[in-house]
Design a protein around this ligand. Structure first.
Ligand code: DOR
Length: 422
């Protein structure tokens, strides 16, 4: 977009401001002129989701790159990462290039798509993927997400290469030998329901291994979808010792517990499984205090026919791009997080960890922003969700807040400029 544009009377960190755009950049954010009327829409920088599954190539009945990016645009994201567990796996430059070309054709204005290259060939955990080739063709990070890396020596070598390439490893922490066929967290609830459980140490054992590797090698590692108190405590310990570790959790681990399993609801089946109320308390504190650095959706869309089966046969995953901001807004309403926390967790911290340019609303910053109406509400339904995956426990439930406009580099990705924007 070229030219100058003024968005009047929007709220940035509690102050009513006018935001002036110059082409694809922020020219200025200044206290509002005029009578300060209006001021109902919140101004936020474009969100970054460093963990999604877009299913293309190979499983387009669940999602494809076009529908995933449409969901991201309406969910307030300016950039998303897509994991490598496609069919075929993104372990070579042909798949990476295909993803980037498809995104550029389907959504030339964005959201920006950043493929995450496989850490191991075929995600088989036996030999490294061609990491130089993947980095050269545009991968932003490396991960075996979906299938844990049990071979510590392979993990070590991946971390060593990743530091040369300046693209971090994102690890899916799970010792799957402890969780064969586990469906929900192991404990009194799984015992009562007679369901096979996943012990909490299944995650934290691998968190501990990764922390020890990061400490020994002095190489950063990013830990995906952290869900349990023990993991939080280990990460806290590691950060206090100066170990270069960062971590993410997801809105569903901050909001819902294993009690969802009481109804045997496949929509609440996710890996790692939803934890206990105590895990939720620990995770909430960790995101507030920065022990957990960022939020990510782990958007894992599945087709309705795949989830409409008994719990034991349903695939793991929650669709998250459409609902992330509204779900997090419930946490702001409850006083768990502040608006400032959301900006840090969804934008500035992920940008720092993965080397992206984020909008701090300073002159010259990229005009990646959204306008959010906290007084409105919406209901995610099969029709209103843009993702092909309708698999969320909050389907058909009213959620607070509504995105009015999402722009990347000054171009509209979703919604409209408010009336009166000059
Ligand atoms: O629930 C999940 N679904 N967890 C993962 O790690 C993978 C993901 C998927 O690809 O469906």
């Amino acid at each position: 977009m070229s030219g100058r544009r003024i968005i009047q009377s929007v709220v940035w960190q509690g102050q009513i401001c006018d935001c002036i755009l110059e082409g694809d950049r922020i020219a200025e954010l200044r206290p509002a002129e005029g009578d300060g009327s209006g001021g109902e829409l919140l101004l936020l920088p474009g969100l970054i989701d460093c963990h999604t599954h877009l299913r293309e190539p190979g499983q387009e009945h669940k999602e494809d790159i076009a529908s995933g990016l449409a969901a991201a645009a309406s969910g307030g994201f300016c950039s998303i990462f897509c994991m490598a567990n496609t069919v075929p796996v993104n372990d070579n430059s042909a798949v990476t290039s295909m993803m980037l070309d498809t995104a550029a054709r389907a959504h030339p204005r964005g959201p920006a798509l950043h493929p995450v290259g496989a850490l191991s060939r075929g995600l088989a955990g036996k030999e490294l993927a061609p990491m130089h080739e993947l980095a050269r063709s545009g991968c932003i990070a490396f991960s075996n997400d979906g299938i844990p890396v049990s071979d510590s020596s392979l993990m070590r070598r991946a971390m060593e290469y990743s530091t040369d390439l300046q693209r971090p490893v994102i690890d899916h922490c799970e010792d799957s030998s402890l969780s064969p066929e586990g469906m929900i967290s192991e404990g009194p609830v799984s015992d009562r329901l007679g369901l096979r459980g996943v012990p909490s140490i299944c995650e934290s054992i691998q968190v501990a291994r990764d922390i020890l590797l990061a400490s020994y090698l002095d190489i950063p590692v990013h830990l995906a979808h952290i869900s349990r108190r023990e993991s939080v405590e280990l990460i806290h310990w590691a950060k206090n010792k100066g170990v270069p570790v960062s971590a993410e959790t997801c809105p569903h681990y901050l909001l819902w517990t294993e009690d969802r399993a009481v109804e045997y609801d496949p929509l609440a089946k996710v890996n790692p499984p939803l934890g206990t109320a105590d895990d939720v308390t620990a995770l909430r504190q960790a995101v507030r205090e920065g022990v957990i650095d960022i939020l990510a959706t782990d958007h894992a869309p599945h087709a309705p026919f795949e989830k409409e089966v008994p719990l034991s046969r349903a695939p793991n995953g929650i669709s998250g791009l459409d609902t992330a901001l509204s779900l997090c807004w419930t946490l702001v309403q409850e006083g768990v997080l502040t608006q400032k926390d959301l900006v840090r967790l969804w934008c500035h911290a992920p940008a720092r960890i993965f080397g992206l340019r984020a909008n701090g609303f300073n002159p010259g910053d990229p005009a990646d922003f959204l306008l959010f109406d906290p007084r409105d509400s919406w209901t995610p339904t099969a029709e209103s969700m843009r993702s092909r995956g309708k698999n969320t426990p909050c389907l058909n439930q009213e959620l607070p807040g509504r995105i009015r406009l999402n722009c990347r580099r000054g171009e509209v990705l979703y919604g409209q400029f408010p009336e009166g924007a000059a």
